[in-house]
Unconditional design. Structure first.
Length: 225
């Protein structure tokens, strides 16, 4: 049944928006799929943030052209649908490729990613990349091991420091008592120089003795004359 021009314009407008919003667009053949198989594939895609859209090839080409992209005929061969991936780059092509292993009539073709047209080979390579969830899980596991090592490293010094503070606290009363006992000894040392001062005072009278000796020698000189 032919669709009206107005309907085509509505579909084209919708496709233009989907090309803009999607992180990647993967084209795939689906002719020959049963209703159940197609429904199962769409449900899996929906859960992964992917929308499988069916339209005429000319409308796919016109929508891509609005974004400056020229879609070659080789990636639009046969009865084609497009998987628009909104959450990540790989979910659409990956699900098309995995479905093709279960349903022979399904075939992953080329597509669009990051403003560039990808060939059938390139899209197949993109489909083999891990999903975002898988990458996040691997990244989390990689980060977890160093964090555990770091936690263990900081725990050991912390417990050792706690023990040191505990021992220091036990020693505090003994250390405070020691200076009190030593105080009298310091006072005795300060009083010790006092006797030395008296000894010095006792030697001062030596000077007059020398003067008397000189005075006694002077008369002898006079008597000699």
């Amino acid at each position: 049944m032919a669709i009206t021009k107005q309907k085509k314009e509505e579909i084209l407008k919708e496709l233009i928006e989907k090309f803009k919003d999607a992180q990647s667009v993967a084209f795939g053949q689906y002719s020959g799929m049963t209703v159940t198989e197609l429904s199962d594939m769409r449900n899996k895609m929906r859960e992964a943030g992917v929308e499988f859209k069916v339209a005429k090839k000319t409308l796919f080409k016109l929508a891509a052209k609005e974004h400056g992209l020229e879609l070659p005929d080789e990636i639009l061969e046969g009865t084609v649908g497009a998987a628009f991936s909104y959450d990540d780059l790989v979910s659409g092509p990956r699900l098309l490729k995995s479905t093709s292993k279960e349903v022979e009539v399904v075939k992953l073709l080329g597509g669009v990613m990051d403003g560039k047209v990808l060939s059938i080979t390139q899209m197949g390579e993109l489909a083999d990349l891990p999903s975002k969830e898988t990458l996040l899980t691997k990244f989390a596991l990689m980060m977890r091991a160093p964090l555990q090592s770091f936690y263990g490293a900081i725990q050991a010094p912390t417990s050792g420091l706690a023990r040191a503070f505990s021992e220091y606290a036990k020693m505090q009363p003994a250390e405070e008592a020691a200076p009190a006992a030593e105080a009298p000894a310091e006072e005795v040392k300060e009083e010790a120089p006092a006797p030395e001062a008296k000894a010095e005072e006792a030697t001062i009278p030596d000077a007059p003795i020398e003067e008397s000796e000189v005075a006694e020698e002077a008369p002898e000189a006079d008597s000699a004359e």
